[in-house]
Design a protein around this ligand. Sequence first.
Ligand SMILES: [Zn+2]
Length: 749
Amino acid sequence: MAVRPTMARFPGDPAEQEACGVPWGLTLTPFAGRDENDIPPCYGSGGELLPRCENCWAYYNTYCEQDQWSWDCSLCGTTNGLTSASIARYSGPQTYPENASSFIDLELPLEGDGEMEARPVYVAAVDLSSSEEFLELTKIALLAALEALGPGSLFGLATFSHKIGLYDVQGPIPVVKNVFIPPDSLGNLAMGLEDVMPLFSFLAPVDTCKDRITAALETLRPTTSWERTTAAGQSDGVLLGGRGFGVAMEALLKYLGSEYGNTYALARVFAFLSGPPDYGLGQLDTRRYGEQYASKGEDADRALLPEQTPFYKDLAAVAVQAGVCVDIFAVTNEYTDLASLKFLSIESGGSLFLYSSTDDSTLPQDMYRMLNRPYAFNCILRVRTSSEFKLSHSYGHFFPDPEYENVQHIICCDSFATYAYDFDFVNGVGFSRHSKELPTIQVAFQYTIVVPPDETTKLGSSPSIRAKYSLQRRLRIRTVQFGTARNINEIYDGVDPEVVLSILVHEVILSSLENGVREGRLLLHEWLVNLTAQYNDAYKLAEYVRGALTTSQVDVAFTQCPQLQSLPRLVFALLRNPLLRFHEEGVHPDYRIYLQCLFSALEPSSLSRAVYPLLSSYETPDKQAFPRHSLSRAALITSGSPIFFLDAFTTLIVFYSSTANTSLPFPPPQDCLLRTTINKVKQERIITPKLIFIRGGQDDATAFENYLIEEQDVEGSGFTSIMGFVSFLEEINRDVVEYMTKASGNLRN
Ligand SMILES: [Zn+2]
């Protein structure tokens, strides 16, 4: 569980919070195995025995003052009596995790039948209203998935087009049974899937049926347009689509739901989609994309972001009820309206993947990685604060509890999934400067994991008992104390720019979803103007000549404060990111939605890499020249290095300059330093980055040059005669002067 605040020392009171201009909040990665300093939790059992404050329900922790009979809550100060059981527990010679560390992970007793057989269930739903290439890629991905699935897992193969196909691979030859989807947008299936094929014929054990699953995958073919036309009763032979995704998913969720809590505790559905759902219930009207292109004057960036139907949001609720998490893999360059579809994945705890073509898709690698990562499910997350402050906004892919404030439900999350919060003071008083009580937060994270059979049998059970998957419920608690700043300068000195960027990204995503991309950009620009003005004020840098400021007197480079210096560049880069670039610049609306979903779950360092890629250079494939360059053509030219390596999080580019010595091996050989670096980056990442090699002067270098943003105009009107980032700072400078002049005018009036 990593916790990273935007500032190491918190503002003392609301006036200081307001005046500093930096968001006050933190990012939280609850299922990360270690904390932000790479320290693991103290493991133990007896989570249910942990004393809790009778006033604020916070958990007993190492920051609590304790005497023989009682303890003082480190969050609200209430004195709580210890039960006789706790007194016995804590007066003995043994040290318990809660007395040893402020970061603990304790087992909880399972509710209900703890002996329940919890076999992992995976279902692939494959789009047959697609192409041979799409199906080929899907097959490769599913073969990779089969390799990653643990023994004892159950796997089901389903297909959809104008009909739903269910495979029974447990007999000598695979059998497929179909049920037709009514073409109109109101009709339901003629029969439930359970009547088409019993669920236990559909869900096959991976251990014994791997070959037959593979054989079934080999039989997948795209449905022909003739087939679809006939099915839809259209005789003229002209039919668009035939992709009944909505009905198929709804039926599959109901089908699986019958075994929720018996066969499985969490099932995962992998939905492979080659285009928009355009048949039956849940079909999406993709004409809005074309219309927006054609129309003049309307803000396309605003019109294409909201969902056009609540269907997939409602379906996500059905998935959650059925204990199913849905991962969507969209492989298409067609407008698919992910704005409507995304809810089915992110709200059910799944991921949304978008690949624009089958050629360079990293889908099989992503799939393999995803299944190899441990995950937690049925999670409940609660962040508590000490009494002087409270949570203001919460950001990330979770469900707020309908009843309890600040309780969040996360259906499924891996060790990368990150959430963010910002804070506010409870009243005008702030933190007492004389009290020894420090601002404190406590994160409680309850979750379930599936423990594979080999781990439980190791604990000494008889080998004759068939190994079973078991569930474990755990409670992870982290209590963190922070200092308070004595003045604004102290706040600035402790700023973590990566975490500030995380909060800003959440804010601009929300703003653009509500008010359009233009508004999101404006918000970001104004934030930087405000911060720069506040900083100049705090350091008393701007001097007024006869009551007027001139631009030369404003410090836009944050020369007095190294912690703030990267922020203007990060803001500029965020404005140049497809997340916030205009529709007119050719940003595909589905790609924007994909980035929104990806960025709003990334931990701060990864996000910062995605927004401002890391550019380093090499003298040879085995010798690094410079560890970091700014993203500018000028920097490249002046460095004189022959090889550059750009890490943009989703893409890695190795670029050989056109003047590189021809004796340098291209592409870099497998055993060199550069390759080792690349492989390490690929290993550690949540998604598989695309790797591109470019030889300057010979290959098309556009992919690389697009990342050299510092000479680009911030509004995207091309390369300007004055340099992009420089002129952006000049603009910020002018706006700061205007802002400060207005503010000082207001003071005098
Ligand atoms: Zn308390």
